[in-house]
Design a protein around this ligand. Structure first.
Ligand code: ZN
Length: 139
């Protein structure tokens, strides 16, 4: 049993920017040279989340539309009164999406559906540089 931790970074535009990171996770898994186990993808920070969807143009509109309905950017948030940073909506959205996604891998490949991509969603109200951690536990 081994634990191998890798990471990569990317730039985001913020404002519910959705980025397909499946390829980077596949690369990390290949470099780890493990056959069977689980991989956890994690983003440090309290305004970006990781989840899954079919990464296609319609969904890139549907997801931001849903978040705007559920947790509108311009609502009043106690967080904004506390810090004045205006991204209270981003922290609330991340609490629902979560900061990590875990996938089993078998024979060196993640068991993802054909149309199932791993996505980073950056909700912050400004551009960000994000470090993504990929930790594999297996053999
Ligand atoms: Zn904040």
């Amino acid at each position: 049993m081994s634990v191998i931790t890798k990471s990569f970074s990317l730039k985001t535009k913020g404002d519910t920017d959705i980025i397909d990171i499946t390829g980077q996770v596949i690369n990390a898994l290949k470099e780890a040279r493990l056959s069977n186990g689980i991989v956890t993808v994690f983003v440090p920070g309290s305004t970006a989340g990781i989840t899954t969807t079919e990464y296609e143009p319609g969904m890139l509109k549907d997801l931001p539309d849903l978040f705007e309905k559920l947790i509108p950017k311009d609502d009043s948030y106690h967080h904004n009164l506390t810090w004045g940073d205006g991204n209270g909506y981003a922290h609330v959205r991340v609490a629902l999406v979560k900061s990590f996604f875990t996938v089993p891998f078998v024979d060196g490949e993640m068991i993802l559906g054909t149309w199932q991509q791993i996505i980073l969603i950056d909700f912050d109200n400004r551009r960000r540089q994000r470090q993504i951690v990929v930790q594999m536990i297996g053999e």
